[in-house]
Design a protein around this ligand. Sequence first.
Ligand SMILES: Nc1ncnc2c1ncn2[C@@H]1O[C@H](COP(=O)(O)OP(=O)(O)OP(=O)(O)O)[C@@H](O)[C@H]1O
Ligand SMILES: [Mg+2]
Length: 356
Amino acid sequence: MTALLEIRGARRRFATPEGGHIAALDGVDLDVGGNEFVTLLGPSGCGKTTLLRAISGFEQLDGGSVRLDGADLGALPPFRRPLNTVFQSYALFGHMTVARNVGYALEVRGVDRATYEREVGQALEKVGLSGMGARKPSQLSGGQRQRVALARAIVAKPRLLLLDEPLSALDRNLRQQMQLELKDLQHRLGIAFVFVTHDQEEALTMSDRVVLMRAGRIEQQGSPRDIYRRPRSRFVAEFIGETNLFSITVERIEGGLAVGRTAQGLALWLPAAGLRPGQSAVAALRPADFTLEDGDIAGQVSRSVYLGSDLHLFVRPNAGGPEIRVTARDRAGAPEVGTPVSLGYDPAAAHVLEEA
Ligand SMILES: Nc1ncnc2c1ncn2[C@@H]1O[C@H](COP(=O)(O)OP(=O)(O)OP(=O)(O)O)[C@@H](O)[C@H]1O
Ligand SMILES: [Mg+2]
């Protein structure tokens, strides 16, 4: 795959009021394909917005390069770049109609009336707002305003759309609906999206590829499944969904499996690949990986959290050590607090972190 967007060695430092420096971008390499939905995910302050602004040209890099279709964007001002940005605050013009908000970029370019009408009509149709062109933004719901901002961003047919937490102002139901709509829109437009969020669920739902950032660097990138099932580090495992981490020492290797033991004496079976006796490692098991019966981790349910169709159980192992989080279906016979359980799991589901 040749990349549409190629970022190499991107660096950006900011002076802090305390007299020091912070590396908002500390050497970022990133490729984005022409029809790819890539999400930048990471905690507050990790550099997501700075990276997006460097792509759009609102921020200059101290080092490195941004290329689109092989051409260096460094010298191009934001408005000359074949891309567009959707911000969290939709920044619509309140005194203009929806149609004029959407068509503003075309108006500035001086396109003829027929083209203008056609393109605005098509953009509104793509976001499901046909017939709303004459309204003012104040006469729309939050979700509809978000769609106007989207229509405005796609009207000039960019190659790449940058979206900085565009859904974070919406309530949960609307946000989930818009997540699916956005993904669908990206598919129909056939252009690349670089989407920023700090919501891991949102990232997993929408993306072809998730790029997890930490302190100005890319910590790990991969498909949602890959990054969820095969986190490299403790940071990734804990940032992406809930997980149980076990610090173990490998005791022995037996028929393709390793037996590890925690400091409390809890034995765990793991895929043996790359492990040798005596080694320290961290193993990750997701709450849904466990069954509550017929396993060899004996314990007792210590807490139960109701989540709707699922229950989240905390199980205190008899051997000691931290509680193990387990997902269970909420149905008759689901164990209550105090019930003894014996947790089982498929050793193949256990994942050993690359970075202990
Ligand atoms: N103009 C600026 N001047 C000084 N420091 C800045 C500036 N812009 C960003 N920073 C700092 O750079 C770091 C990265 O900021 P950035 O806005 O990229 O984070 P983010 O990942 O988008 O965070 P959030 O999820 O909170 O939006 C932060 O420590 C921030 O304080
Ligand atoms: Mg930000």
